[in-house]
Design a protein around this ligand. Structure first.
Ligand code: B12
Length: 217
């Protein structure tokens, strides 16, 4: 299993779709927990790729290609994750998810969405590059219990605060819990902007969401 996880990581970093998909399939067939494949394999590989990018060892086109391989591998792993849906702990709550305006990173947000669904949450995913106006309109229309805001760029993280301020202006702030995340987001930032929750990864996001709707972990 360890070997296939390493092959999967390497394939993501090298943007090799065939080797990546094959390794993901072998891991799934061997019964490895899809959450572990995603968090310990695929997410870690993308973080390592980001570090290589920072050091100038890979360039934008290679990262674009790796993101495509990530999506193809995810298409193998996510259905197995969703099939594990836990019907017994149904929180009966809706989460609206969005990557904030100006930001096109959505792989992590999608993982959060999949793990929330597996844990019985209903999820309305608004996609990426989503404005505060659209988020406000979605909250007014759908009345979710939680809104989750993802941001991956230091230039878009402040937009999480913009959204929270808009919710206050629109009189919606006490009707919805706000959860924030994304690689550059910190617990200190979440506290500063008075978000209700922060999580560093998708399984943690599920724990935080359960707490926010009043369920024990
Ligand atoms: C893949 C990638 C891309 C892909 C994105 C493809 C896609 N569909 O998402 C592409 C190639 C398009 C891209 C573009 C750019 N990118 Co980019 N990208 C990355 C990279 C390598 C990986 C991100 C990723 O997918 N990680 C894997 C996922 C699983 O992890 P994650 O997103 O962190 O999500 C986890 C947690 O954060 C958390 N989480 C995420 N969202 C949420 C939400 C909630 C509510 C909660 C609770 C939790 C949570 O749970 C997730 C699962 O564990 C990062 C490196 C890094 N360290 O993050 C750079 C990185 C984010 N990118 C960077 C940059 C600079 C850019 C560009 C500006 C490059 C350019 N010159 O064009 C553009 C910006 C485009 C835009 N407007 O958004 C920089 C940002 C630096 C900075 N200071 O802000 C980084 C850090 C790379 C680097 N080391 O320099 N990028």
């Amino acid at each position: 299993m360890r070997e296939d996880l390493e092959i999967l990581k390497r394939s993501l970093i090298r943007a090799d779709p065939d080797a990546g998909v094959a390794a993901a399939q072998r891991l799934v067939d061997a019964g490895v927990d899809p959450k572990a494949i995603l968090e310990e394999g695929m997410a870690v590989a993308m973080f390592e790729l980001g570090e290589m990018w920072k050091r100038g060892e890979v360039f934008l086109p290679e990262v674009v290609a790796s993101a495509e391989v990530f999506k193809r591998c995810n298409a193998v792993v996510e259905p197995v994750l969703l099939a594990q849906k836990d019907e017994n702990t149904e929180p009966n709550a809706l989460v609206v998810l969005a990557t904030v305006k100006g930001d096109l990173h959505d792989l992590g947000k999608n993982m959060v969405g999949a793990m929330l669904r597996t844990s019985g949450f209903d999820v309305h995913d608004m996609g990426k590059d989503v404005s505060a106006d659209k988020i406000v309109a979605a909250i007014q229309e759908m009345r979710p219990q939680i809104v989750g805001l993802s941001a991956l760029l230091t230039t878009t993280v402040p937009y999480q605060e913009t959204v929270i301020k808009r919710l206050v202006q629109e009189g919606l702030r006490d009707q919805v819990k706000v959860m924030v995340g994304g690689a550059p987001v910190t617990p200190e930032w979440a506290e500063k902007i008075q978000a209700d929750g922060y999580a560093n990864n998708a399984p943690e996001a599920v724990e935080v969401a359960r707490k926010l709707v009043g369920l024990a972990q």
